[in-house]
Design a protein. Structure first.
Length: 104
């Protein structure tokens, strides 16, 4: 089954069962957090540029701890989630270029 949500750029972003299985295999602490991963794309507090063409949706879970969802927007109508993880290394995120919101 594929779940689809809209990014901050209003582009449909897919999360397939295959990708979800990969995410929880690599990050077992996310098992049971599929909706949170999807909500992070929809309601990201900020979106950062990745190393290639990917984007990182970031949403704080609690003070000092953030959910990061890495995804790619292929064109104006389609995109997909690559991976997701939880981090406390917020300083490393702060070094990335912020693409949304643009005022920072």
């Amino acid at each position: 089954m594929t779940h689809t949500v809209s990014s901050r750029n209003q582009i449909s972003i897919r999360l397939t069962d295959e990708r979800w299985a990969h995410i929880v295999e690599e990050h077992s602490e996310l098992a049971g957090y599929r909706e949170t991963v999807l909500e992070t794309v929809v309601d990201a507090e900020r979106v950062l540029r990745g190393q290639a063409e990917e984007l990182l949706a970031v949403r704080m879970l609690e003070p000092g701890k953030a959910m990061v969802v890495v995804y790619r927007e292929i064109d104006l109508n389609d995109g997909f989630i690559i991976t997701a993880f939880v981090t406390r290394r917020l300083a490393s995120l702060d070094r990335r270029e912020q693409v949304w919101p643009l005022n920072k």
